[in-house]
Design a protein around this ligand. Structure first.
Ligand code: BGC
Length: 762
């Protein structure tokens, strides 16, 4: 029996109960951890604060690896991105049997949108506006990951992003704090389940705290400079929602906040996170951010490590700075051992809450791993959810849905591709098990039609850039010239009824370290599209992307466009379901689609201006806020998305035009399916504060509901407005609702809105 297990049992006996963290009785935990810490040497404590990367582990022989040696010396509290139960088991055994106290390791992983069953990227998921579905995604991801030894996921990533040049927009939920908060809470609940009691409930880690999505120029890792107003009102809410949902851990961001690296920013990590929001879990750095503090020019070595610890950061991912420098820092009086104990306690509490002291192998089950990954049931959920994330942007002449007959040409670099459909952060994907879009189409059409294929082009005309669009699909690169590839595609498409062009970004064109300056289709794809349009056949464009892209040319020339993001392992079937009309498209944009990179940032909840150009813009207006050479409005606004049916909004009314201090008024609208097929609609309510002490946005999403309507069916949808819904952080960062005039708006997107007025009374 290991020392820690012995201590654990002793503490339980003392408390005469089986510890159940969910009962909120933290007494046994405190006793157990206090006891353990009192027996730890300083070096053992620092070992617990070290999160060592897992890449170098070799199956079955962990001792031989660098990581194995570090674990055996008690110099790692955990590791991450180790793949598979066999390896985690071997490492856990080392920690338990080779170290003096036998403290179990915590195993983290970037399980961002699924494990082996891959769901759409989070940006796509947020376009479903389906909170229950997103909770289910996290639940299934936790079930699969936990079977393979993972007990901690570095998700949800909730960084608000208004700049699609930033590739990590793919990992978050878009531009809106209300939608982002709902998704953040849903993911935390899904991962952590019923308080991490079960062996398939894992700890979540909300990231990247904070403001990482506001990197200047959309260039990853770049400077962030922001007012406190923007932080509190627009960027902080999703992190706070995750904290309110009980997230167990928080990851700091790479950027500076007010000039201080987030990891060492005490105001951020202690005052805001812990004191204002009441977070009681542990804080881990993002990768080597302590080491990078030297590069930010704020200190290195013992100084950097002490600043981070003093700020409230508990665990050091990859820098080895706590392990290497905090002993010196204690000697130099920069930190005390008591400071270190605070961090150690938080890390050990996380292990305790996960039940690792009770059963260090709780999450490691090779049998479960064999049976519970990529099951039929999980695949079915992934297929259904993926279909909800696609956003139909244009459908002139009802080109879509297609009929499952005749001859269909499927053309493009995403058409017969099993890897890139998975999207960024899909390291546990097994593409050989997944269907390509081509296969999905052929299965859907069966013998009643024919689906012909040509690749048409590579992702990018510049080989050096192409490599980064899709580094894992080297075998897909075609050595033929662009002319040859296009000629083949045109030949293949010459006698078909319709062409579907599967274009856009490969999986690595978005995600970490994947910023782009140009957001239009690469030239080679555009030339292919032009050639396909020139055939005179109807063309449907499927845009695969991990960000909002610029499609002004396409929106003018292509009759039907659907944004399909990166839809995960079931993409092939899910797109076929929607393209052939078994399911009507229902996704709505969680991010504004710009017309041009020059407009960025373009987002719906902007502030009102003294000289606005207005929504009825028809051309350049002098001395107004607009551009000489292009419309200032987004091409497709936040919240936008079409269906195969039409929804009518009517009878918008409000229960009273006066809202009292502790009262409630109800805004109600009737939504009717006017078409002849079933469809889902996402009803959106916005408010506007017309006169406030600090200028407030022209509209702010406050409530949404996803409803399913049969042809001819109507439903009343309501928003119960209380003063809490009207609160914002004022100049002194007080969270207040100020009496005065308000608008409430409802509609199918952030632009087509009906408006009513009410007053919040003194
Ligand atoms: C990313 C994090 C991720 C970590 C561990 C970093 O580079 O920024 O989002 O969780 O690596 O893989």
């Amino acid at each position: 029996m290991t020392e820690s297990k012995r201590l654990f049992i002793a503490a339980c006996l003392l408390a005469s109960v089986v510890p159940a963290f969910a009962e909120k009785d933290t007494k046994e935990m405190d006793m157990f951890i206090g006891n353990l810490i009192s027996r730890m040497t300083l070096h053992e404590k620092l070992g617990q604060l070290n999160l060592h990367p897992g890449e170098d582990i070799v199956t079955g022989n962990p001792q031989a690896s660098n990581l194995g040696a570090i674990v055996a010396k008690g110099e790692a509290g955990g590791t991450f991105n180790i793949m598979g139960a066999e390896k985690t088991k071997a490492l856990q055994k080392l920690a338990l049997e080779k170290t003096r106290l036998g403290i179990p390791l915590i195993f983290g992983m970037d399980v961002i949108h699924g494990y082996q069953t891959v769901f759409p990227i989070p940006l796509g998921l947020s376009c479903s506006w389906d909170v229950a579905a997103v909770e289910k995604v996290a639940r299934i991801s936790a079930k699969e990951a936990s079977a393979a030894g993972v007990c901690w996921t570095f998700s949800p990533m909730v960084d608000i992003a208004r700049d699609p040049r930033w590739g990590r927009m793919a990992e978050g939920c878009g531009e809106d704090p209300c939608l982002g908060s709902a998704m953040a809470a849903a993911m935390v609940k899904g991962y952590q389940g019923d308080g991490m009691k079960g062996n398939d409930e894992i700890m979540a880690c909300v990231k990247h705290f904070a403001l990482y999505g506001a990197a200047e120029g959309g260039r990853d890792y770049n400077t962030v400079d922001m007012s406190r107003q923007s932080m509190y009102n627009y960027y902080f809410p999703p992190y706070k929602a995750a904290v309110d949902a009980g997230v167990g851990s928080v990851m700091t961001s790479f950027n500076t906040v007010d000039g201080i690296p987030a990891t060492a920013n005490r105001w951020l990590v202690t005052d805001v996170l812990r004191n204002q929001w009441g977070f009681d879990g542990f804080v881990v750095t993002d990768y080597e951010s302590i080491y990078e503090m030297a590069k930010h020019g704020v200190g290195k070595g013992a100084k950097a490590a002490s600043l981070a610890l003093k700020a409230g950061t508990d665990m050091d991912m990859s820098s080895h700075a706590f392990l290497d420098h905090l002993e010196t820092a204690v000697k130099e009086g920069k930190v005390t051992e008591a400071d270190i104990d605070v961090a150690v306690r938080r890390v050990l509490e996380a292990k305790y809450k996960l039940g690792l002291f009770q059963d260090p192998y709780k999450y490691i089950d090779p049998e479960r791993e064999k049976k519970e990954l990529y099951t039929e049931e999980n695949r079915k959920s992934a297929r259904e959810i993926a279909a909800k994330t696609f956003v139909l942007l244009k459908n002139e002449g009802n080109v879509l849905p297609l009929q499952k007959k005749g001859k269909i040409a499927l053309i493009g670099p995403m058409a017969d591709n099993r890897r890139d459909i998975c999207g960024t952060w899909s390291m546990m994907a097994v593409p050989s098990k997944y269907k390509s879009l081509l296969q999905g189409f052929r299965d859907a059409v069966g013998n009643s039609g024919e689906v012909v294929y040509a690749k048409g082009c590579n992702f990018h005309e510049d080989r050096k850039v192409d490599r980064w669009f899709s580094p894992y699909s080297a075998s897909l690169k075609d050595e033929r010239t662009e002319e040859e590839l296009i000629a083949e595609a045109v030949e293949v498409a010459k006698d078909v009824d319709v062409i579907v062009a599967a274009l856009g970004e490969g999986m690595q064109a978005s995600g970490e370290s994947a910023s782009r300056c140009e957001l239009t289709l690469p030239e080679t794809q555009k030339r292919l599209l032009e050639a396909l349009l020139a055939t005179g056949k109807p063309v449907v464009m499927l845009n695969f992307s991990g960000r909002a892209t610029v499609m002004d040319w396409e929106s003018e020339h292509v009759p039907a466009i659907m944004n399909v993001w990166h839809g995960g392992s079931e993409t092939g079937d899910a797109i076929a379901d929607v393209v052939f009309g078994d399911v009507a498209p229902s996704g709505k944009l969680s991010v504004s689609m710009p017309r041009s990179v020059g407009q960025i940032p373009v987002y719906y909840n902007h502030l009102p201006l003294g000289r606005p150009a207005g929504n009825d813009w028809k051309g350049f207006q002098v001395f107004r806020s607009n551009y000489i050479d292009k419309d200032h409005r987004p091409l497709y606004p936040f919240g936008y998305g079409l269906s195969y049916t039409e929804f009518e909004y009517s009878d918008f009314n409000i229960s009273s035009t006066e809202l009292s201090d502790n009262g409630e008024i109800i805004a109600t609208v009737t939504v009717t399916n006017k078409g002849d097929r079933k469809g889902d609609e996402i009803v959106q309510f916005y408010t506007r504060d017309l006169e406030a002490s600090v200028s407030q946005p022209v509209k702010t999403l406050k409530h949404f509901e996803r409803i399913s309507l049969m042809p001819g069916e109507s439903r009343k949808v309501s928003f119960h407005i209380t003063p809490d819904d009207l609160k914002f952080y004022d100049y002194n960062l007080e969270y207040v609702a100020e009496p005065g005039e308000f608008l409430v708006m409802v509609g199918p997107d952030s632009e087509r809105l009906s408006t009513l007025r009410f007053t919040l009374k003194e």
